[in-house]
Write a protein that binds this ligand. Sequence first.
Ligand SMILES: [Zn+2]
Length: 354
Amino acid sequence: MASAKQRELDLTEFPSGTVTEYTTLVCLACIFDIFTKQLKLAPRTAFSEIKRHTPTIAELTSRGAMRPYFDSEEKHPHCPYCGSAKRWLARFDTYCIEGGKTTDAARRALLRKLPKAEDQFVVSEKKSDSGAVFFEWLDTLRRSLDLNDETWLIDASRMYLERREPKTNWDEVFDELRAVRRSSRLSEGWERDGARLFLAPSLYSEALLIQYLVSRSHAHGGLTLEGRLTLMELVRRLRYSGYLEQLSITEHDPGEVFEKVVNHLAATHEWSSISTGGGRVSGAAKKVQVRTGSGSDRVEVAKRSSRKSSKSRKSKSAPPEPEQITTEPVKLHYLIDRRDFLEKVKSVYASYAG
Ligand SMILES: [Zn+2]
């Protein structure tokens, strides 16, 4: 049997942040139990039914799994429903790949290389939008970072930059890095000086905003490279750095400004295509600008109302999301690795039948 290491997929061709991995365990003892005791199938029939089984995307990616699925971080997990040990437990690995210019070629190349027999891999597609992708990305950040360890601020800056500039080798840039600062010299881009990374004001502003969004449920206000900030203090910094002017945001109410800047980030999932330099107005902000000129005193940003109620996540800590946001459609490609499941079903059946 191939080790876990050998069977890991090579995702190095995908820009960082465009692939989200989910792992869900399934208890075969529980499944067999359901099929043989509740549905009264003979073991052989149950076996062939179970072998064809692929959980739904919701079952594979939900953070609150239900029997026979469960999540576990343990090295030697046991089924929380029946107590079964490792050999009864199979793993589904699910890779959610954001469709788009930066990933399409890599995705096709990856799919071509995968084994085809026995549905070892199953691909499933879902329509989504840049807003949902953005909030999901924030959610993943929040989970992967330890907010009690202040180095998370540097990690979050890095994850933001990886998404903003996917072609840069950030490993190199962040190697031995000690601090991230706002540059008073650069008008765009970034530069490393010794152990410090200097970001142009617009990049620095967005990094602060991401940090605020990730942490603001964790404590009052949000934690950022500039310390703990209230919304008003955050908005003041965004204004001071020229970021609001760059996005043509003229509102003064912090809540309205906040909604605008969040909408700006949620308007596209390919941030690398938005300019941040030289005071140029991005496409998304331009749309808002046109509407302002139409005479209404409150700017209407929404074209497609995209309520995020479809998310069944139990992330109570997630910040409230704007009611209406301008988004672009994004196709999500789910790649489900069934190899471990198929192997375990076979070995379990062998012992069951024998
Ligand atoms: Zn079980």
